[in-house]
Ligand binder design. Structure first.
Ligand SMILES: *[C@@H]1O[C@H](CO)[C@@H](O)[C@H](O)[C@H]1NC(C)=O
Ligand SMILES: *[C@@H]1O[C@H](CO)[C@@H](O)[C@H](O)[C@H]1NC(C)=O
Ligand SMILES: *[C@@H]1O[C@H](CO)[C@@H](O)[C@H](O)[C@H]1NC(C)=O
Length: 408
């Protein structure tokens, strides 16, 4: 009996230690977030362990643990036809509301899911229900792209998949088949999917073969640059749940097929130091001293080492590729972008990526709606339903849907 109670006490102490993370009181439902985060960290630790003992790449294991059991068949209902098909060699899931619609043609949204370019699926419960809800509430056709993931592929393959599927969908004969209004199409995505959505929209502005113009882009806490890991939000939220700064840097290295041995140097911006002329000209486009409001800058100082580690860019040149970091695109590209919705969260390392992009677009004359959630955290829009309901999850999702409905 005594042994049992000692064991229980030890377990409780261990769980409390594992679960407890100091969180700001301003974040939505901190205790719930702590539990969610502990579950995530536990899945990550298990995957790293499995990787270590040779059971498989940690990202594949993590995807297996978090997504595999959860992949849903394409389930149609009376109000929604759901089909898995292939667009130009890329798998997609298409959600078509069967409800009456005004006029002869429907609106549509191309959706690109997040997960650090390595996790998640359009068929996962969370994304399947999000796309279903968007299709239902906006009464629009949603095309969710099942691009290939890291580590099976690396940059630029996920982007090229997303682009190939989008371009196929934009063909007049394909739009006609789905009864889509070519003047009312949006491209959207969250997190790493927001990175791909932003890059897809930029690529489309430069592609003279695509005659259909995208009307809107809607970016949900997107990842937009790999040049500065010391923006005020990276500094302020480096240990925030769901996505810490170090985990984000490792996602970047995996995406760009670089070694994790560079992660510690990238933490101090050694990959874009002042002695690297290529990096310097791009970093001028993300000068957060001029792009961020003072309420975000607070007293954080820019980190611009004068001497860094030039071998990082030599080995991972894609770190300076604009297709990976759409935030640093040339103004000539930016001014051609469609009307934009930007959603950012205060408790998120990526807050400033989104905020700076919104500002660059505005400065270039693009119409931008920027919704910032003071109690939001990275990934919150997926946590809008039981058993992982957060009030900020429902508010972000509903605000996003409302904007789409009013602007598409
Ligand atoms: C446009 O289409 C032509 C013919 O299919 C192709 O050769 C060219 O590379 C395309 N351009 C772009 C920008 O994709
Ligand atoms: C990724 O990097 C590894 C090791 O540096 C290399 O062998 C492999 O060819 C690279 N893969 C791609 C797709 O570039
Ligand atoms: C950053 O670069 C400097 C200069 O090369 C070097 O002394 C320092 O150790 C590097 N820092 C890290 C964390 O790699």
């Amino acid at each position: 009996m005594r042994a049992l109670s000692a064991l229980v006490t030890a377990l409780a102490a261990f769980s409390a230690y594992y679960v407890y993370t100091p969180l700001p009181s301003t974040v939505s439902e901190p205790w719930k977030l702590m539990l969610l985060d502990a579950t995530f960290r536990c899945a990550q630790d298990l995957s790293n362990l499995a990787h270590f003992v040779g059971l498989g790449h940690h990202l594949r294991v993590l995807n297996f643990v978090s997504g595999y059991f959860d992949k849903l068949e394409a389930l149609s209902s009376r109000d929604m036809k759901v089909t898995d098909t292939v667009f130009n060699g890329v798998e997609v899931r298409v959600f078509e509301p069967t409800r009456e619609f005004a006029g002869n043609l429907k609106r549509s949204i191309v959706y690109i899911h997040g997960g650090g370019w390595a996790l998640g699926s359009a068929r996962m419960r969370s994304y399947d229900s999000l796309c279903r809800k968007v299709a239902e509430d906006v009464n629009a056709v949603v095309v969710a792209i099942e691009y290939r993931l890291v580590p099976d592929v690396h940059f630029p393959v996920p982007l090229n998949d997303a682009l190939a599927a989008t371009k196929y969908f934009l063909r007049p004969e394909v739009l006609a088949k789905y009864l889509i209004d070519p003047d009312r199409i949006a491209v959207s995505g969250d997190s790493a999917g927001g990175n791909l959505a932003a890059a897809v929209c930029q690529q489309l502005t430069e592609d003279s073969n695509v005659t259909t113009k995208v009307k809107l882009q809607a970016l949900i806490y997107p990842v937009l640059q790999a040049l500065d890991f010391n923006t005020p939000s990276y500094q302020q939220n480096m240990d925030m749940p769901i996505l810490s700064r170090f985990v984000m840097i490792k996602f970047w290295l995996d995406y760009l097929n670089g070694s994790h041995k560079f992660a510690h140097s990238m933490l101090v911006n050694n990959h874009t130091s002042l002695d690297l002329s290529q990096a310097v000209s791009l970093r001028e486009r993300l000068n957060w001293d001029s792009l961020l409001p003072s309420s975000f800058k607070k007293n954080y100082k820019p980190l611009l080492p004068s001497i860094g580690s030039p071998n990082i860019i030599q080995e991972v040149p894609a770190l300076l590729d604009i297709r990976a970091s759409p935030l640093v695109a040339h103004k000539k590209t930016i001014e051609l972008l469609p009307k934009t919705y930007m959603l950012t969260c205060e408790h998120d390392v990526l807050r400033d990526d989104g905020t700076m992009y919104a500002r660059r677009l505005e400065d270039a004359g693009v119409d931008v709606t920027h919704d910032h959630y003071e109690d939001g955290f990275h990934g919150c829009m997926l946590f809008a339903t039981w058993p992982t309901y957060f009030s900020v999850g429902a508010r972000t999702r509903d605000g996003y849907i409302k904007w789409l409905d009013e602007n598409l």
